[in-house]
Design a protein around this ligand. Structure first.
Ligand SMILES: Cc1cc2nc3c(=O)[nH]c(=O)nc-3n(C[C@H](O)[C@H](O)[C@H](O)COP(=O)(O)OP(=O)(O)OC[C@H]3O[C@@H](n4cnc5c(N)ncnc54)[C@H](O)[C@@H]3O)c2cc1C
Length: 370
């Protein structure tokens, strides 16, 4: 491709100007590295390996240095640690200053943040400071070439930031090799962290930032946690999910099934499609899909869910999918290991009965990991 384009009169552009390395922001809360920071090491490694470069995580906080090796165990080659008592709690301006200084010194080629509340606040702030673009809420990452037709320029190994667009119905690939680093936020829950490998070695570098009092215009007096109970999709072995097709009455049945599975010693939680949430059958915290949660259970049971692309996006990483739908052409069957064409009312009560009598679902998650 590259050679063909050069023959066609394209000029190859050396756009990096010395920038190299894939960097990630390691987010902490109360001194603990947040899961998204391990998740983003997977796409970071994928890109770094294609570029033949290293992955560096930037870890900021107070008394966090001993946590740096955890990032190495999960895929980082280097960890830059900025440890300062005044950075104990996240505030935008000092964190933005710290990372901007790291960028100016290290000149990374790519910088990734988790698309969490913190990452969504911090990433754009830094991008604006150094005058680069930022692709928000990406679900996939890659590296590839780009032929810029208008100017007949050819760019090798550009970062591809991929995210749903057009009301989440299509995937767009966004590039920006005009200014460095190429920056993006990654949607949490999409990338599976690498298993913890304590044999991995890496470099831990202390980095100091010359802060002045003006860098801390905001003082956090108190942090109040939202104590609304969340749905623990991450540790669930089984997700029992319902769609518009089961109605309110069906959700009562599904809740009974979830309860029976838990009583029987297996972790199960209730999931739902957006249509079911919009209909008011269950709160939004149960929603799975592009605008809900991304889940990876061992077993995903889908009742009365048609299988819209936005729903599939959130559950396609399930190890085994069993779906029940009265419509044999329902799209959910295309992503199911087992599809049952039937009314959910004929299946769910039988399952409840079986589980109450001691039936345990196979632990597919564990089986695949073993
Ligand atoms: C920007 C955007 C973001 C979105 N984000 C999400 C998201 O995060 N998650 C999400 O789920 N959707 C999302 N959607 C909505 C998505 O496009 C679909 O509208 C939605 O997933 C449909 O939900 P459903 O399958 O429950 O309902 P329907 O599509 O109405 O399907 C109901 C199914 O139930 C079956 N059925 C009916 N009666 C029975 C019965 N008795 N027994 C068994 N089966 C029965 C029917 O055959 C049908 O297949 C989004 C849409 C947009 C535009």
């Amino acid at each position: 491709m590259a050679e063909d384009k050069i023959k066609e009169g394209y000029t190859e552009v050396d756009f990096r100007n010395g920038a190299s390395g894939v960097f990630t922001f390691a987010e902490t809360f109360e001194g603990e590295i947040q899961p998204v920071s391990f998740e983003i090491l997977r796409p970071a490694r994928k890109m770094a390996e294609k570029l033949g470069t290293k992955v560096t995580s930037v870890l900021i906080g107070y008394n966090v240095k001993d946590k740096a090796k955890e990032l190495i165990y999960r895929g980082a080659d280097r960890v830059i640690v900025i440890d300062d008592e005044r950075l104990r709690v996240y505030t935008t301006l000092p964190y933005a200053k710290a990372i901007t200084e790291v960028i100016k010194k290290e000149k990374p080629e790519i910088f990734l943040f988790g698309a969490t509340t913190t990452g969504r606040d911090l990433g754009p702030r830094i991008a604006a400071r150094i005058n680069v673009g930022l692709s928000a809420d990406c679900t996939d990452f890659d590296v590839g070439d780009y032929a810029y037709r208008k100017k007949k320029q050819y760019f090798r190994n550009v970062a591809y930031f991929i995210r749903p667009s057009f009301e989440e119905a299509k995937l767009a690939t966004i590039i920006g090799p005009w200014a460095f680093p190429q920056m993006a936020t990654a949607r949490p829950g999409v990338n599976e962290p690498f298993p913890r490998d304590t044999q991995r070695n890496g470099e831990i570098i202390e980095f100091s930032v010359d802060f002045s009092d003006e860098d801390f215009p905001v003082e956090v007096l108190e942090t109040v946690k939202n104590i609304e109970e969340t749905v623990d999709f991450d540790s669930a072995q089984v997700i029992v999910s319902g769609g518009l097709g089961v109605g309110k009455e069906g959700f009562e049945m599904l809740k009974t099934l979830v309860h029976a599975i838990n009583e029987n010693g297996q972790d199960a939680v209730l999931g739902a499609s957006r249509a079911a949430v919009d209909a008011g059958f269950v709160p939004h915290k149960h929603q799975i899909g592009q605008t809900g949660r991304t889940v990876r259970p061992g077993l995903y049971l889908a009742f009365g869910i048609s299988g819209a692309i936005q729903h599939i996006e959130g559950m396609k990483h399930s190890k085994v999918v069993v779906s029940v739908n009265i419509d044999r052409n329902a799209n959910i069957f295309n992503v199911s290991n087992i599809g049952i064409v039937d009314d959910y009312k004929n299946i769910v009560p039988v399952l409840i009965e079986k589980v109450k009598n001691g039936y345990k679902f196979p632990d597919f998650k564990k089986k695949k990991e073993d």
